[in-house]
Design a protein around this ligand. Structure first.
Ligand SMILES: [Zn+2]
Length: 289
């Protein structure tokens, strides 16, 4: 009896060792938990969801809360009521309009924003909700880092320092620029960052090289210069834009510029939500078709 037990335990131990070895071979190079980046089709505006397991970061919230919550419900499991971080690139309606509803529907861990202020009712309501719900506020400026598992991380590249000019009339000027590094892939999110500020970014020797570029300001002609594209060198350009919008975004010149740089153009008004899956650390993230 004693002998049989010994044999049984030896076989069991052997099997466990074998399973551990096999699984380490199978999962080698794979993200323990896959990460996804979704450019949500919320009409004219920006809303980008980065998810890894139960950790989510939302960059901007479009202008319509109801539509945004519908979209988030598609990508965040119904039992996960926590949204770890919301990044507000700048206080314009088409970037923060949907965020008050998000703060009501999810337990938001922290809001990352610059010190820019805005006179709009939406901005005031948002700030009020943040303070009433005692949500942590983190100032967005260079070198702020948000970590995911498996070494993936988001880094703020711009603004380089605190925005002291709080009531700036053109809020696009200090739009937060963020870079996501996941395995071999890099995403660059530019809010409505204008060409006039690009030199400041180049001057601070920030590495803006990326595979996937969220085109600044919905494809406006006041952004995305040739020099910017020469530095960023993306393979894909994602334009978050509403169908038949009154601004004429994206600008035909910007589309031509992107095409001249041989960059694939993907538009939310044409494709709906644009989702990238990052499953394997040794390969580039893949667009989900
Ligand atoms: Zn905008």
């Amino acid at each position: 009896m004693q002998k049989n037990r010994k044999i049984f335990f030896s076989i069991l131990c052997g099997l466990i060792v074998l399973i551990v070895i096999l699984s380490s071979i199978v999962f080698h190079g794979k993200n323990e938990t896959p990460l996804s980046v979704v450019f949500l089709d919320i009409g004219q505006g920006d809303a980008i969801l980065i998810s890894q397991g139960s950790q989510q970061v939302l960059i901007d919230g479009g202008k319509d809360g109801k539509l945004l919550l519908e979209k988030l419900g598609k990508y965040i499991p119904f039992w996960d009521r926590n949204l770890e971080t919301v990044i507000e690139t700048h206080p314009d309606q088409d970037h923060i309009g949907g965020l008050v509803d998000v703060l009501g529907a999810y337990n938001v861990g922290a809001v990352v924003e610059t010190r820019m202020q805005n006179d709009s009712q939406t901005f005031k309501k948002l700030e009020e909700t943040i303070s009433n719900n005692k949500i942590e506020k983190i100032e967005a400026k260079k070198d702020l880092t948000i970590k995911f598992s498996d070494g993936a991380m988001l880094q703020v590249l711009y603004p380089s320092e605190s925005v002291t000019d709080k009531n700036v009339s053109d809020t696009n000027l200090y739009s937060v620029v963020v870079k996501l590094t996941v395995g071999k892939s890099k995403f660059l999110f530019t809010g409505d960052f204008p060409t006039t500020q690009e030199n400041e970014l180049f001057g601070s020797h920030v590495d803006i090289n990326a595979d996937f570029l969220k085109v600044a300001h919905h494809g406006s002609k006041y952004a995305t210069s040739d020099e910017f594209l020469n530095n960023a060198k993306p393979s894909d350009a994602i334009i978050s834009v509403g169908k038949n919008n009154s601004y004429g975004h994206p600008n035909p010149e910007v589309l031509q510029r992107l095409a001249a740089h041989k960059i694939n153009i993907l538009r939310t008004d044409e494709r709906g939500d644009i989702e990238y899956d990052c499953q394997n650390l040794n390969e580039k993230c893949q667009i989900k078709l």
